[in-house]
Design a protein around this ligand. Structure first.
Ligand SMILES: Nc1ncnc2c1ncn2[C@@H]1O[C@H](COP(=O)(O)OP(=O)(O)OP(=O)(O)O)[C@@H](O)[C@H]1O
Length: 203
């Protein structure tokens, strides 16, 4: 369970998020929607521990983020990130990009790449594969350590509709609590938890 209590955030003097209170169930699939500038990325950065809110507290399975002794370790062990731009390392091939973030055995990495249908591309470099394949490699990197939480910010922002569908299917199939920020309403399915933001407020 992920619990946000009275989260507000300001950049300089401008208040962007206003008193957000939210519970996110373990294993659920959640979509943060809202117009451009409504605060989706800011909220996602806060729940994913990348940004400290100006006010409020977040609980990860009843432990306050303020009480987590080593937030970097927590992030490395429990959190997977997927961004609009894949951030793969260009001079490492697909396999090496995944291997660099994990101690899992080679076979396990290869099985995961096969599951994501990019096993045959493991020796290729990011600029030798398509955008959709790169994003699947980024998903493999986020998944390999079996994180409890996956946070994705506009993960399909630069993909065509077929690849977007594939990415959302993969995200939905994950055995983690998944939170995705997107303004693409066409990806919403019955059963998804929708978190709607308007001008930094839940609506
Ligand atoms: N680092 C920053 N410094 C100052 N203002 C910022 C910063 N990051 C975001 N903002 C402002 O905060 C507001 C919310 O931005 P945010 O990126 O969270 O919105 P968003 O809903 O994700 O938008 P988009 O869909 O366009 O990505 C915007 O007005 C933005 O200009």
């Amino acid at each position: 369970m992920l619990q946000l209590e009275h989260i507000s955030h300001s950049y300089e003097d401008e208040k962007i998020l206003h008193d957000i209170n939210l519970s996110i169930e373990t294993g659920s699939f959640n979509i943060i929607t809202g117009e451009s500038g409504s605060g989706k990325s800011t909220l996602l950065s806060i729940v994913s521990t990348l940004l400290k809110p100006t006010e409020g507290e977040i609980y990860y399975n009843d432990v306050s983020s303020k009480e987590i002794p080593d937030i970097n370790r927590f992030r490395n062990q429990k959190v997977g990130f997927i961004f609009q731009f894949h951030y793969l390392i260009s001079h490492l091939n697909v396999y090496e990009n995944i291997a660099m973030v994990t101690k899992r055995p080679k076979l396990e990495i290869e099985v995961l790449l096969d599951q994501l249908d990019i096993g045959h591309l493991q020796g290729k470099y990011p600029d030798q594969i398509s955008g959709g394949q790169r994003q699947r490699a980024a998903i493999a990197r986020a998944m390999i350590n079996q994180p409890e939480f996956i946070f994705a910010d506009e993960p399909t922002g630069n993909l065509d509709s077929k690849n977007s569908e594939i990415v959302f299917e993969l995200l939905r199939g994950m055995a983690a609590t998944v939170v995705v920020a997107t303004h693409d309403h066409s990806r919403i399915q019955p059963g998804d938890r929708i978190i709607s933001l308007k001008d930094g407020r839940l609506c």
